[in-house]
Design a protein around this ligand. Structure first.
Ligand code: FE
Length: 335
């Protein structure tokens, strides 16, 4: 009986082909940066994508509260610290995909395959082109030395970007050396910590300090508005010095499949597409981030900064040390 009804319904419906599964995405990326990516996928495959945007905290709470009844198939968020938290809370499931492994370098995805980096965000040094010569700069660690007394501006330690950076330092440099460096930075602060990376760049431009650490896309966006901004970008830790981070600290925007998705196959297909060159180009360049694949073409603004060596340690190592990083920053008075 049921079969007859189905056949009847199909015969009556104008489009005989079964509709593609609709996917639901929870995302902390703002609509402007993510909707064009979804629209492209829908155009190419017919798969409709519903999405809900919110901050990471509320999205994670929601996924936990909804449990098995969640409508979400994927979580797309920024910073490995948040992705690591999502995995730890059990709201993401492992995906064993040769495509994802081929498209995404190993240090930018979960060793247990629960989250995958889709674009790189580099957290690097910016400096006053009026008061600093690039030859004076070398490493993140060197900003803790007396030469930078009352010259450093930083964002608040409440932001996950700084927690991930310090978490990575803990992983690579150990607790004692990390604390010594972070204490040195705080001792060199020219002003109380700022609420945003943009304010750090503005403070340098305004002469309140000479150097700071920011994610490059904030700098890129500001440069788009003010091409003559008296602030420049520097790639630190390129020489491979001992007891120093092994390259520029990178983080990701990334995604994972929810534990309770009812559309696993369609969700995996979409995630694999997100890792393709075409999608990475869109996903990374819309926000002036870097594609995870070195083969994808860069936006002219990011390309102008030249190539850089990334720190190649797996981002999960920073996630594991997030709580320790928060305690350390608290201890040394980084508000
Ligand atoms: Fe950001």
């Amino acid at each position: 009986m049921r079969r007859i009804l189905c056949v009847l319904l199909l015969a009556l419906s104008p489009a005989a082909a079964p509709a593609a599964t609709e996917l639901t995405v929870y995302t902390s990326r703002i609509e402007d940066l993510i909707k064009p990516v979804f629209d492209r996928y829908t155009r190419e495959t017919g798969t409709p994508i519903r999405f809900i945007t919110d901050k990471e905290g509320p999205l994670l709470q929601r996924l936990q509260a909804e449990g098995a009844s969640t409508p979400a198939d994927l979580l797309i968020t920024v910073d490995a610290g948040n992705l690591w938290q999502a995995a730890r809370l059990g709201v993401l499931q492992p995906v064993d995909s040769a495509t994802l492994k081929a498209n995404i370098p190993a240090h930018l995805r979960d060793p247990d395959n629960r989250w995958f980096g889709l674009s790189i965000r580099a957290r690097t040094i910016v400096y006053s082109s009026a008061r600093v010569k690039p030859a004076e700069l070398s490493t993140y660690e060197a900003l803790s030395t007396p030469a930078w007394n009352k010259r450093v501006c930083m964002r608040t330690s409440k932001k996950v970007y700084n927690q991930s950076l310090v978490g990575m330092m803990l992983a690579e440099l150990g607790a004692d050396r990390t604390e010594q460096i972070v204490r040195g930075w705080v001792g060199n602060f020219a002003a109380a910590p700022f609420a945003s990376d943009n304010e750090v760049i503005e403070a340098i431009a305004a002469g309140r300090c000479d150097v700071g650490l920011v994610n490059t896309y904030y700098y890129g966006r500001m440069l788009r508005q003010k091409p003559d901004l008296p602030v420049k970008l520097f790639w630190p830790n390129q020489a491979g010095a001992k007891n120093h981070l092994g390259g520029v600290h990178v983080n990701v925007s990334g995604a994972g499949i929810t534990t309770h998705t009812k559309n696993r196959d369609a969700a995996v297909k979409f995630l694999e597409w997100l890792s393709s060159s075409e999608a990475q180009h869109l996903f990374a360049n819309l926000d002036l981030e870097f594609p995870v694949s070195p083969e994808v073409k860069l936006d002219p603004i990011t390309a102008a900064w030249g190539p850089f060596k990334q720190d190649g340690i797996n981002l999960a190592e920073a996630g594991k040390r997030q709580a320790d990083a928060v305690r350390l920053m608290d201890r040394v008075g980084w508000r």
